[in-house]
Write a protein that binds this ligand. Structure first.
Ligand code: ADP
Length: 266
């Protein structure tokens, strides 16, 4: 009956998910998806139940970063409803528009289509019980952000930026957006990616290619925590391309992402 439909529509979204964390950036290419994927795997490694939604509709990179390109999520019946089973990899449940479109297809989505895709990922995917559901947002500010806050109770947002001036300017806008009344999501803090470079042959040297401590300053300006810095490391880029997140290997990048996960979980 129509009553049943209403009850279902009004049911709280994702009641079995403890924390919903949005990963945002002002600019593209600053390492938002790299951070999302490594953070998700780091949280899962620490024993948490973790899901990751790739809401970067126009450039979904999560399937590549998890080496699950071309996978097709199964659809099945659960409690009289069709549900989509997330793809699981490295202990993380994944959903991406990339699973639903051919790999090379240019996805030109109108705002409302992208928003309904995100809603579907939230409503129709069988997430089960999760400690963390991460949402990798598109860069900048968009309809998707609004849809997200209107659809689920977001616990907090993590802002990813590089220390570069142009990235920081955009990150400032992104951060302000979460503070606006119609969004109103607590900012958990700022991550500075590509913070510095250390050549192998000069292990004690740090080169601040994109400027120094811009992420820290941004965090201070808004009175939000600084969650950590991730260096520029060739293996981070390679890990992204080969679909084996850097945090699964030992070394400096594992430490950096594990520390980030601890700070986010705090
Ligand atoms: P965004 O999601 O912000 O668009 P990505 O996570 O896709 O950015 O990263 C852009 C590119 O930079 C990718 O090729 C990725 O592998 C690389 N990259 C990101 N962070 C680092 C890092 N700390 N060191 C080296 N390469 C990185």
């Amino acid at each position: 009956t129509s009553n049943v439909t209403t009850a279902r529509d009004n049911a709280p979204m994702l009641p079995k998910v403890k924390n919903i964390i949005a990963i945002a950036s002002g600019k593209g290419g600053v390492g938002k998806s790299t951070t999302s994927s490594n953070l998700a795997v780091a949280l899962a490694k620490s024993g948490a139940k973790v899901g990751l939604i790739d809401a970067d509709i126009s450039g979904p990179s999560i399937p590549t970063m998890f080496n699950v390109e071309g996978e097709q999520p199964a659809v099945r019946q659960l409690d009289g409803k069709n549900v989509i089973e997330p793809i699981e990899q490295y202990g993380v449940k994944l959903m991406s528009i990339g699973f639903l479109t051919p790999a090379d297809a240019a996805v030109v989505w109108r705002g409302p289509m992208a928003s309904s895709a995100l809603k579907q990922f939230i409503r129709d995917v069988n997430w089960g019980e999760l400690d963390y559901l991460l949402i990798d947002l598109p860069p900048g500010t968009s309809d998707i952000h609004l849809t997200m806050v209107q659809t689920v109770p977001v616990t907090g947002a993590v802002i990813v930026t590089t220390p570069q001036k142009v990235a920081l300017a955009d990150a400032t806008k992104g951060l302000s957006m979460f503070k606006q009344p119609q969004i109103n999501v607590p900012v958990l803090g700022v991550v500075e990616n590509m913070a510095y470079f250390t050549p192998e042959e000069l292990p004690n040297n740090k080169y601040y290619l994109f400027g120094k401590e811009g992420g820290q300053r941004l965090a201070e300006k808004f009175g939000v925590p600084f969650l950590g810095e991730i260096p520029i490391v060739q293996s981070i880029r390679e890990s992204g391309d080969t679909g084996y997140p850097a945090v699964l290997k030992s070394g400096i990048t594992q430490e950096a992402f594990s520390l980030l996960a601890e700070n986010v979980a705090r």
